[in-house]
Design a protein around this ligand. Structure first.
Ligand code: PGA
Ligand code: ZN
Length: 420
């Protein structure tokens, strides 16, 4: 018998979200906490909010809490917690809609994660080992968002995320140290220039700059000031979140309204000027022909990552592979709503030789499930914000602990994924 509990808690933006607990027959109990996005793809599974203006400006999740305690509890009560696929199938069937819109993907994911966490705990193993009992284990390259823009900050940057990719190091720990040092040098540099060092939703700085390009200049300068070698040790990644740039079929970037090809041309220019290795959502989710052109222009050089385009859904990933739209996928469990479907998305990537990046959301909690998922899946990359703010460092610190625990069984993915 699995017993569920659930409650409304706060996420890193101070908005309500769900915490769900699963208690097993042997008395083991574990909690999971559900994240929440701001720049969401239109095909994501539905995040259920109460819409009651009297509470949390309509953002309460009490209905989702009630769904955990009622229909979802009933659906899985008699199942084995060690059979995740059966648990997740029962959760989906209890909901019965394609987008999990009746009971809410936030309610469903909370249960899916809580059961997995409780099952691992009752077996007496860490979560990553519960999923992958034997090594070697691949520690992911962190993609650290150190300058925030777009919907994650109130500054004038159009693009949402400017990230550090510390790949040229022997261990995760050493790579994270480099990123944390660069973050501090970036802060000092901004201060010297009289720019704001206030941060955005994911802990990256959010200054007003002359252009998005200036953000790239600042990152290269910060890498050098910290004593590291751009491209050889530390490269850059961008999440343009281009679905949010749309204006009458064009993209508004750096004061111009560009067509797809204009934006692709800008990226090509940047590919010659800056040590960029990865571009996420370079074009909008409703612009597949633009994606195709982008992939033809830069797919051989850059990792081209679909976030809003694929929303962690296997069928969309398979479509993207047939159409040659990209070469990598951002994996966010709450975009699809269960762990089993998250694993299916990862499998679709692996089968096609596409890369996968495990990801947080801009609204996060202290939950660390995605750190374990990154190690167990061997995806090789994780994107979970700046090396600052507790909800972000919770994941990085979890990975430090896993690497320490694994000792010789841990292999840092950086040099293999981004050889220089
Ligand atoms: P979100 O942002 O969680 O607000 O969607 C993260 C991303 O776009 O990758
Ligand atoms: Zn994104």
């Amino acid at each position: 018998m699995i017993r569920l509990d659930a409650m409304e808690i706060l996420d890193s933006r101070g908005q309500p979200t769900l915490a769900v607990a699963a208690r097993l027959e042997d008395g083991t109990q574990a909690w999971a906490r559900v994240p929440s996005g701001a720049s969401t793809g239109s095909k994501e599974a539905l995040e259920l909010r109460d819409g009651d203006p009297e509470r949390f400006l309509g953002k309460g999740v009490e209905r989702a809490v009630a769904h955990v305690l009622g229909p979802l509890q009933d659906a899985i009560a008699g199942l084995s917690p060690y059979r995740q696929e059966e648990i997740d199938r029962a959760l989906r069937e209890a909901d019965g809609t394609p987008a999990k819109s009746r009971l809410g993907a936030n309610a469903i994911l909370g249960v899916s994660m809580a059961v997995a966490r409780a099952a691992a705990k009752s077996r007496g193993v860490p979560l990553y080992r519960y999923w992958k009992p034997r090594g070697p284990y691949r520690l992911p390259v962190p993609l650290l968002n150190v300058i925030n823009g777009g919907r994650h900050a109130d500054n004038n940057l159009d693009l949402q995320e400017f990230m550090l990719v510390p790949h040229g190091f022997p261990t995760f720990r050493r790579a994270l140290q480099a990123a944390a040092e660069i973050y501090q040098h970036l802060k000092n540099h901004l201060r010297e220039k009289g720019l704001s060092t206030g941060v955005g939703d994911e802990g990256g700085f959010a200054p007003d700059l002359k252009s998005d390009e200036e953000a790239l200049e600042l990152l290269v300068a910060a890498i050098e000031r910290a004593g590291y070698r751009p491209e050889k040790e530390v490269s850059l990644a961008i999440d343009a979140a281009a679905s949010e740039l749309g204006e009458k079929g064009r993209y508004r970037v750096q004061g111009e309204a560009l067509e797809s090809f204009g934006l692709v041309a800008l990226y090509q220019r940047w590919s010659r000027l800056y040590p960029i290795v990865s571009l996420e959502d370079g074009l909008g989710e409703d612009d597949p022909s633009g994606w195709k052109a982008l992939n033809q222009a830069l797919g051989a050089q850059w990792q081209l990552v679909g976030d809003d385009l694929f929303v962690t859904q296997k069928e969309l990933i398979l479509w993207g592979q047939r159409e040659n739209l990209a070469n990598a996928v951002l994996i966010k469990p709450n975009q699809v709503g269960t762990l089993t479907e998250t694993w299916e998305a990862l499998e679709a990537c692996e089968k096609a030789g596409w890369r996968a990046i495990i990801s947080h959301r801009s609204g996060e909690t202290e939950d660390t499930t995605i750190a374990d998922l990154a190690v167990a899946s061997g995806a090789g990359q994780i994107k979970t914000g700046a090396p600052a703010r507790g909800e972000r460092t919770a994941k990085y610190n979890r990975l430090l602990l896993i690497e320490k625990e694994l000792g010789d069984e841990a292999v840092y993915a950086g040099p293999e994924l981004f050889p220089r």
